[in-house]
Design a protein around this ligand. Structure first.
Ligand code: GAP
Length: 439
């Protein structure tokens, strides 16, 4: 590992520790020693997660006339997963070390012996990644159901249920955000690969002759989305799936990748799933899922262009990309330069001292702003310390009520990134924040 890599790995460790310290993310069931690769989002993490999901929903659903939202059940008819190919195909090749019993994904190790102890490895065998459970009181084959490994299937089986009432015409899309579960062989890298995670998926239904045009359209849109989230362009790249990487349903696939300390890794997949899913569900269910084009007087199964992003992975990316350390007056300042759109708190409100009417004015401003934004009131410790705490939380603006406020009702607004302070009328703060956060 080179010096630069070591530094980057140290950064990841520091980020994990910051997340615990500030209440973004911590190990699940920690008092019992945690459970492998399951994480809980604390107060700041829960806010940030909501903001990430809201931003995606706004871009993909609210700002468009041609995309509808959906919230399908996690548990689905087990036939869905047989038809979709997941029961037969959704597996990774697994090898065990005969000596130390470690497990590896065969496609992730480059050696033929155990990377831990050099022991002999078993032949690879297929390991299905779906979690199974039982529905109802009897635990037999007939009552097996699966925790969905992707949210997409809930969209396919509801294609006509959504299209009918919404009176959408092809091309149009259906979007949903929800939990997915995969019994990953090698989870890890904090919240990068977990066994329970959230997906933000959109399936766009198009005429088969227009699949390539729409594929390129969505690639462009989804690239811009990450730039709009404030992620540095030079840390992003496209990766096209080769024939050996393509999922069983895909004709063409590109991943948006981010350069983490552990390599370039997938954030989101854009897939051309053709008519694979709708044709298979149509055949297996006996329901005609063809779309009737009234203008062209044509009935056909649409092709699907899918954009599939991980919410937890987006959060990790935003945190990694935002983490900065810098020297300020001989001290190290840790700052999360998160986009104000997704920062947990939009502003912090400080009375300079806890007397002379300053707390009362600060509380009043806080109450006013709370109707519109998530803000944080802090009156403990020196103001410099309060700034530092908010820098670590990624809070873009700190508003201080001081002696001058009592005379002319102006406050200081301190910018997290430049640390510059400007004075503004208290009555104008709400509009100012609105402009800075939502443009
Ligand atoms: N419906 C298509 C689909 O699920 P995928 O490439 O397997 O495609 C899409 O997953 C996205 O879901 C990934 O790009 C990633 O962001 C997220 N994802 C997948 N597995 C994950 C895991 N084990 N932990 C966290 N996020 C995961």
């Amino acid at each position: 590992m080179g010096k630069k890599d070591k530094f980057k790995d140290e950064l990841m460790d520091k980020l994990v520790s910051l997340c615990k310290r500030r209440g973004f993310v911590f190990p699940s069931s920690e008092i019992y020693g945690g459970i492998n690769a399951c994480w809980d989002y604390g107060p700041l993490g829960a806010e940030m997660k909501r903001n990430v999901k809201d931003f995606w929903w706004k871009e993909m659903v609210h700002k468009r006339d041609d995309i509808e939202g959906l919230d399908a059940a996690i548990l689905m008819h087990p036939q869905v997963w047989i038809t979709s190919g997941h029961v037969a195909e959704f597996s990774d090749p697994l090898v065990d070390c005969k000596k130390c019993k470690s497990r590896f994904r065969a496609d992730e190790i480059e050696v033929t012996v155990c990377p831990n102890c050099g022991g002999e490895l078993t032949d690879p065998r297929k390991f299905n990644l779906m979690f199974k459970t039982f529905m109802g009181p009897v635990e037999d084959e007939a009552s097996i159901v699966y925790l969905r490994p992707e949210t997409a299937q809930g969209i396919y089986v509801n294609f006509l249920n959504v299209q009918g009432p919404s009176r959408q015409k092809v091309p149009f899309g259906i979007a949903q955000i929800g939990k997915a579960f995969r019994n990953e062989i090698t989870p890890g890298n904090f919240i990068f690969r977990t066994r329970e995670f959230e997906q933000m998926e959109m399936q766009f239904f198009v005429h088969p002759s227009e699949d390539e045009k729409w594929f390129e359209y969505w690639r462009e849109k989804r690239w811009q989305y990450y730039l709009d989230l404030g992620i540095r362009k030079e840390k992003l790249q496209w990766h096209e799936h080769g024939p050996d990487e393509l999922a069983h349903y895909a004709k063409k696939a590109y991943d948006v990748q981010y350069e983490f300390s552990f390599g370039w890794k997938e954030l989101e997949g854009v897939h051309n799933r053709t008519d694979f899913d709708l044709s298979r569900h149509s055949e297996a269910s006996g329901k005609d899922l063809r779309y009737w084009d009234e203008v062209k007087k044509e009935k056909y199964i649409p092709y699907i262009i899918e954009t599939s992003a991980g919410c937890d992975r987006t959060i990790l990316t935003c945190l990694v990309d935002a983490y900065h350390e810098e020297e300020v007056k001989g001290e190290t300042r840790v700052v999360l330069r998160l986009s104000p759109k997704i920062a947990p708190y939009k502003a912090a409100i400080f009375p300079l001292v806890n007397r002379d009417g300053m707390p009362e004015m600060a509380h009043k401003l806080c109450d006013d702003l709370q109707r519109r934004f998530k803000v944080f009131y802090d009156d403990s410790g020196a103001v410099g310390r309060r700034y530092r705490r908010m820098d670590e939380a990624g809070t873009p603006y700190c508003i201080t009520i001081d002696g001058q406020t009592l005379q002319d009702e102006t406050v200081t607004v301190r910018d997290r990134d430049t640390m510059e302070q400007t004075r503004h009328k208290m009555a104008e703060i709400q509009d100012l924040l609105e402009k800075k956060i939502n443009g």
